[in-house]
Structure formats: C-alpha cells, structure tokens
Design a protein around this ligand. Sequence first.
Ligand code: GLN
Length: 381
Amino acid sequence: MIDITSKLPHVGTTIFTTIGQLAREHNAINLSQGFPNFDPDPELLALVSEAYKKGHNQYAPMQGALSLREAISEKIERLYGRYYHPESEIIVTAGATQAIFTTIAAFVRPKDEVIVIEPAFDCYEPAIALFGGKSVPVSLEGNDFKMNWSTFKSAITPKTKMVIINTPHNPTGTIWSERDMLQLQDILRDTNIILLSDEVYEHIVFDGKPHESAAKYPDLAARSFICASFGKTFHATGWKVGYCVAPKPLMHEFQKVHQFNVFSVHHPLQIALAEYLKDPQHYVNLGGFYQQKRDAFLDAIKESRFKMVPSEGTYFQLLEYSDITDEKDTVFAERLIKEYKLASIPVSVFCKSEYDKKFLRFCFAKTNDVLEKAAEILNSI
Ligand code: GLN
C-alpha cells in the first residue's frame, strides 16, 4: 500500500457538495449552494453560440482574450475610478476561486500569516494551508457581524503577509461601508501586507448603498488583488469564468503561477462576455433585480419564528432561529432537510474559531415559485 501523508489532513468534502447531495437524497428544496435556478440572458447565450461558430475554439491568450480585458478595464474605471492596464494588470481566471487560489499560491510561504475574516468562504483556508501558511481568524462580532477594527489591528504581526476580505460578504450578506474601507486602509498603510479582496458579489448590493471596492482607495488598490466573477453577475455559475486585477508588479507574480496553473480559460465565453459587457445595463440593475427577490422572500416569512435582518448584498439571507431551537446550526440544518425538505447552509461551517450563533444561510437566487414553497415551509416551523 502506498503511504499517504495528506497535505490537508483536516479538509473533508466542501459543504456545498455534501449538503447538495443530502438535499437531492431527501428531495428537498435547495436554497443551500449559491446559484440561480434560472438561465442567463438569451442575448448572452446567443453571443456564446456565435463565438463558437466564429471559430474562437482554440486557446485564448494566457491572460485572457484582449477584448475582454479591455472591457473589464473600462468597467472598473467607470465604476470605481481606477485604471487597470488590460495588458499587464488584468487576468481572466477559471472563476474567482482560481483567482483566489493563484494569489495565495503566488505569495504565501511557509509560516506566513494570513488574516481571514470569519465567517469566511470555505476556499480561503485550505489554499493557505496548502502553501504552509497560517490562517489567523478575526471574527465578525455580534448578530450583525460587524468588524471590530481594533481587534483586527491587534491580529497583525510582523509575519502577516496577506489579508483576505470579502464585501458584499458571503455568508452573512453584510457589506462594508466607506468607513470600514478607510479604517482598513489606515491600518494597512506603511505595511507590506497584500490585500486579497474577494468582490464576487460587487453588483448585488441593495437599498441604494454603493459597493466599496478596494479599487476606490488608492492605498488599498496599490496592494490589492481584486477578484470578480461573471458567474454571479450573469447567472452563469457553471461557466466558471472570472477575473483578477492588480497593479503590474503584483500581477507579474500572479501570472507566473496562473500560466502553469490553468494557462488560459474557456475562449468562446470570453469573446461573448467581452461583447456583452459593452452595455452597462447588463449589470448595473442586478442589485434591483435581487432586491425584489430578497424583499418578496422576507415578506413571505415575516410571520415565521425566524428572526431576520435584511441582507445588504449577495444573494444570501441569514435567518436566526434561536426562538425555535437550541440545536447547533449543523444539526438544525440537517433536520430541516430531512424533516422539512428544505436545504440551507449552517454558518458555522465558515468558522474555524469558536462560533455558536444560531443562523442558517438561504440563497434567494431562485424563481418566485421556489421561494414561495420555501417560505411556506419556513412558516410551518
Ligand atoms: N459561492 C457559492 C456559495 O457560497 C458556492 C460555490 C461552491 O460551491 N464552491 O454557495
């Protein structure tokens, strides 16, 4: 027998796969994994078909189709007022997960510390561990999941190589304000710390509040990798196409890894996305679109025993169940699937440090019939 010493001894199968499987076994309504149950715009699908027919079927350039990088550059400059050079500061990736992994791979060395804000999306920590780094969790506080900036500051040590942030935030649906970003900028000023800013839900913000991209803040932008996702924005999570932007010297290092990690990404999709991105109407109304779903979902369960603070961004809504049961969230989530046929994600799976809050995460990127059925179940609990 071959003797295997796992590089990731504590890592099992991701929650999204395990809960998804359980939901299928029990024929449950699935509001667990974050993905829309509806298709992208037919106009975008037509552009994709066209791209196949027009012969964009060989390798894309390693950094991504130039037309797409140009479109990304224009979009970021228009929205956040910062210019990223299409040739040296933008790389198209196989989803944001690859952008995050590649950034970590390019910079984190054994014993480096990486500050991770918990609850944290589940792909950060395994990547850090794989390269010998140490995750340093800083927990968002209270039932409103706010950052305590003095706690954050005290987590920084001479070994801190990177900080990973995520706004709009998965799983809590909170967003960071300008004040948060300025605090972060002040704390990181005069350090050598790289910022990995996961902004995959950038276009899904509600109630007229702006998305605070790291790109808006000069001293953050200078140290940041910003990761984004077309899957979230265009209802196409299965395409696994995203991108990453960073100032040239940082991107130079990223590229060294990217070229041997994936080399390049699905070409026809890039050609279609480049064309589709030309019209900002295709993404600037996304917040309004999802806000309607959030509001309809919350309205339908307002008489339930769950407590809720409306999500500020992402397509996730947390529901607090402390009036219903004392069960741990993983236990309650499993019972909801088996007894009530409704799947959600227990928030504790996003925490390595101590966590005992009573929240489940529900994805509302679903058609109204599905949300109505889910609401009926939630009201019956
Ligand atoms: N981002 C999605 C979520 O939070 C899941 C992505 C995945 O399954 N890796 O549900």
